[in-house]
Design a protein around this ligand. Sequence first.
Ligand code: ADP
Ligand code: MG
Length: 692
Amino acid sequence: MPSLNEVPIQFLKGVGPARAILFENMGVRTVEDLLYLFPRRYEDRRQLTPINAIKPGEEQTVSGAVLDKSGRRRFFNKKHIFEVDIGDETGRIHCVWFNQPYLDNYFHVGDRVVLHGRVNVFKDQLQIVAPEYEIISKEDAGLSTGRIVPIYPLTKGMGQRYLRKLMAYALQHHAAGMTEVVPADILFRQHLKPIGKSIAQLHFPDDVGIQAEAIKRISFEEFFFFQVCVILRRMNMIRKKGFAHKIAPDMEVHFAGLFPFELTDAQKNVIVEIKNDMIAPRPMLRLLQGDVGCGKTVVSLFGCVAAFINGKQSAIMAPTEILAEQHFKTLLQYLSKSSFGKMRVALLNSSIKKKDREELYKAIADGEVDVVVGTHALIEEGVSFKNLTYAVIDEQHKFGVKQRALLTSKGLNPDVLVMTATPIPRTLCLTLYGDLDVSVITEKPKGRGQIKTYHFIGEQADGVYKRVAEWVVDKKTQAYIVYPLIEESEKLDLKAAADMYAHFKENEFKDLRIGLIHGRLSREEARQTMNKFQKHELDILVTTTVLEVGIDVPNANVMVIEHAERFGLSQLHQLRGRIGRSGKNAVCILLGDPQTSEGQKRIEALVKTTNGFTIAEQDLEIRGPGQYFGRHQHGLNELKVVNPLTQIDVLEAARKEASILLKDDATLVRHKLVKETILRRYPEYLQRVLAG
Ligand code: ADP
Ligand code: MG
């Protein structure tokens, strides 16, 4: 019998070619993929709350019959509003959806429905705005009612009930045949249940306790393979031989003299760490963590100078063109006329013209350029260095391990510094980045202003933009207004950046200079607007999250984030890091009404602290470590019932088992299935290490 990862989903009963395409869109190609498509959340439909017992203010699952419905367009703002009244023997609840007129064809008076959403009270009546909904019929009994019911991530054209039925069928016929990929002795020691049973319970849990065990089992498996990868990478790296740079004992003193400011103690410490690594004959692989603006880039330049003195080349890779350009400017400013001699610096990005690019390629290959800064363009095939011995990768989380490997392959085991402004909680660092050495910059340069953060809901938000306009004028500062999406989405009903930009120009900011950046602009347009903002030719920048990484405009000290509840915690922190970069105080205003307690917690955390590490710890507590992991873990991570704190224990257990296994069998010759599973599930992590 072929194993499940070889059985195309299309061969499953109930899936034809058309549905197979829908599944493909969801990343599901095989029966195994399907079994690993985890529910997004669950609804406990064993005993539904009678309507008269519903407590407002909480997310709840409610069931009843459709008593009444109506759809109309509002006169004043043209919004379509669709309303349904649901009732059971005990009471009635009112539901409203905006801009979803098609719902009129979905609901019929008399239908039995299950709804899920946050209940509130409006005009003395229980109400849910835009709940998730499902019509239930008798034949659904067993899968969609009377049990803990899985709610799956869907794609257009696929319904919950269909997917549940298919999943149940797949489990019935294939769960027992799933291959056990974790070695038996480990399963035994860790008291883990068979994989098939656990997967079945993850989809259709019999009760909450068994469900928790199933989640633990699947998490363990994910973590275990990840850990094996991390440890293997480390072992592989330690064996390599790199270039031993010659660095004078007092070089860091001269280096510090390049800057018009005093380096912080934290910066100096990290420079010494980098120096020692670069002197050593084995390649450096160091992760430099530090909040936005704490001075990582400045520190990273040390290696460029060290390589240069040794007659070698260095490279800095940034995730966006704007950032690459910013780094390039920094290099020109500090290094091109340094006391160390004239360093030749070049910028390589994908908008560079073909002819110029070829010339640059040649110059890099001939060693006529000392430092190359660029985007992904750096790892393209045509780029080859004469003698690259030092590489910096900025904003690690934007690049995968694969890109890191591609860049290093351009040199002979160069020293690598990976920088991230999204700090990883201490508890997790070893486990996640066990293959890297870690440096941390905790203090910010002296003389930075404070950032005050506020959260406003509903009416409190009125007048915010008028205040922003006043600040901008009175304090001669600049402001960012950030949106999560670029166009009005009917479904989400968000005020989108483009619309609001048009609105602002006529209203609150009509006397100010205002610009717009979003993901659909051409690079050139985005760059021009950004440059204008940088030169203070614009007062206000309305933007989507393209702003996220690295932009440095010290005079911008005000930020408003719309629909803050829709952003992740570390993303919010990153965004906020764009302000407060000068000596002046800064203000960040979060707007939006979080519908979940998680959203609430994220916003509270942000209001309370500006410390990136504290925020990372909070994020870990809210979301768990799954966010950092591989393919399957993604699904687990979305799961609200996963307890992040127990997951950390599981993670540690997995790490322990992985290291025991590798200590004994470093090449996995005696664990063929482990090796195979890694190559299949995490090929990007280990292609090199496990080759052969
Ligand atoms: P990061 O890369 O961590 O975001 P940067 O290295 O870009 O931080 O530094 C942010 C800003 O602070 C830059 O304008 C830089 O010139 C400045 N800076 C860096 N180190 C110091 C320091 N020790 N004192 C004062 N300003 C500094
Ligand atoms: Mg070295």
